[in-house]
Design a binder for this molecule. Structure first.
Ligand code: NAD
Length: 317
C-alpha cells in the first residue's frame, strides 16, 4: 500500500481521487510543525503541501518520497536545493490558479484607482462630501507595467487590455520573441513611466526586495502598485516611507513579508493601502482545480508517469 502524506487539508474532490484507488491511502495532518511532519514522513511515497514550510530535516526523513506536490505555483516554502540533492521532483499545479489571481489583481487595481475603501467608509459614516476631498482615477489609456510575464502576468494583460490600458512588460527570462506588448529591457525605465505596476514573479534570492527604497522612489507620485505574487519582493518598510511622504495614488496587497500579517504592520493603517489575506487563489473553482492537480501529481509520481512540464526540477525525475 502506498501512502500520500497530505500536509494541510485539500478539496474533498481531490481526496476522493485517492479514495478511488485500492493501492493508495492517505494521511492528513493539520499540525504542520517540523516534529509532526518528521514523525509522519518516513513511510510516505508522496507528499502534498500548501503554504507551511517544509524543512530540509523533514525532507531528509522522507526516505521513500517520489514527489513533493505543491498546492500552488510559488515554492518559496520548499527547500529546492535539498530536493535536487535528494533527487525528489517538486511538482506544481500549472496554470489552474492563473485566472483567479489575475482577477484579484484587476480587483485590487480597480479598488485602489476608484478609492474603494475610502469612499465606502466615507459614505457609510454619513460623509457624502468625501467625494470633493479625494479624486478617483481612470485606467483607460494608462500605462500598466507587468513585472513577470508568465502564466498570471499574461492573464492580467488580457484583462487590462480590455480596460484600454497600455501594457508594458518587464521579464528578463521571457522566452518568446515578437510579443504583442512592449517589452522593456530595464525595470527602472518601466517604473519611471508606469501609471500602474503589478508584480507576477516568484520570490527568490534574486527578487527579494526587487522593489526597495531606490526603485520605489522612481515611481510617479500618482502611481498605483499591486502585489499578488509574494511578500518580500517589495520592501514593506521602504513602501511605508514612500506612502508616508505623500507619494502614490495607492497600493493593493494580497501578500506580505510576514503572514499572517502582524496587526501592527504600519501599511495596514494607511488609508490608501487595500489588502486581502493571500486569498487570490482561494475561489472554490480554483481550490478544487488545485487540489485535484496536486493529488494527480502525487498519484502520477507513484505510478511513474509524472508530467515533467509541471516539475520545477525535472532533472530529479
Ligand atoms: P510563472 O512561472 O508562470 O511566471 C513567473 C514569471 O516571472 C516568469 O515568466 C519568469 O521569467 C518571471 N521572472 C522571474 N524572475 C524575474 C525577475 N527578476 N524579474 C521579472 N520577471 C521575472 O508563474 P505564475 O503562475 O505566473 O505565478 C507568478 C507568481 O505568483 C508565483 O511565483 C507565485 O509566487 C505568485 N502566486 C501568488 C498567488 C496568490 O495567491 N497570491 C497564487 C499563485 C501564484
Amino acid at each position: 500500500m502506498h501512502k500520500i502524506l497530505i500536509i494541510e487539508s485539500l478539496h474533498p474532490e481531490a481526496l476522493h481521487l485517492i479514495d478511488k484507488r485500492k493501492d493508495v491511502t492517505y494521511q492528513l495532518i493539520t499540525d504542520v510543525s517540523e516534529e509532526n511532519i518528521l514523525a509522519n514522513i518516513e513511510d510516505a511515497d508522496a507528499l502534498t503541501i500548501r503554504v507551511s514550510p517544509l524543512t530540509k530535516r523533514a525532507l531528509q526523513n522522507g526516505k521513500k518520497l517520489k514527489v513533493v506536490a505543491r498546492h500552488g505555483v510559488g515554492y518559496d516554502n520548499i527547500p529546492l536545493e535539498e530536493c535536487n540533492r535528494l533527487g525528489i521532483p517538486l511538482a506544481l499545479v500549472g496554470s489552474v490558479n492563473s485566472i483567479a489571481v489575475s482577477e484579484q489583481t484587476i480587483y485590487l487595481m480597480m479598488a485602489v484607482a476608484k478609492l474603494g475603501t475610502i469612499f465606502n467608509q466615507g459614505v457609510k459614516n454619513g460623509n457624502f462630501d468625501i467625494r470633493s476631498k479625494y479624486q478617483p482615477i481612470e485606467l483607460n489609456g494608462k500605462k500598466l507595467l507587468i513585472v513577470g510575464f508568465g502564466k498570471i502576468g499574461k492573464e492580467v494583460a488580457k484583462r487590462a487590455n480590455a480596460l484600454g490600458m497600455d501594457i508594458l512588460v518587464y521579464d528578463p527570462y521571457l522566452p518568446e520573441k515578437g510579443s504583442t506588448y512592449r517589452i522593456l529591457s530595464k525595470l527602472d525605465k518601466g517604473l519611471e513611466i508606469a501609471d500602474v505596476v503589478t508584480l507576477h514573479l516568484p520570490l527568490t534570492k534574486e527578487t527579494k526586495y526587487l522593489l526597495g527604497a531606490e526603485e520605489l522612489n522612481l515611481l510617479k507620485a500618482s502611481a498605483i502598485l499591486v502585489n499578488t505574487s509574494r511578500g518580500g519582493i517589495i520592501d514593506e518598510m521602504a513602501l511605508h516611507k514612500t506612502l508616508a511622504s505623500g507619494k502614490l495614488h495607492g497600493v493593493g496587497l494580497d501578500v506580505f513579508e510576514e503572514e499572517p500579517v502582524p496587526p501592527d504592520n504600519p501599511l495596514l493603517s494607511h488609508e490608501r493601502v487595500i489588502v486581502s489575506p493571500h486569498s487570490s487563489a482561494l475561489t472554490d473553482d480554483t481550490l478544487k482545480a488545485m487540489g485535484v492537480m496536486t493529488v494527480k501529481n502525487a498519484l502520477n509520481a507513484i505510478d511513474g508517469c509524472l508530467d515533467s512540464a509541471l516539475v520545477v526540477n525535472p532533472e530529479a525525475m
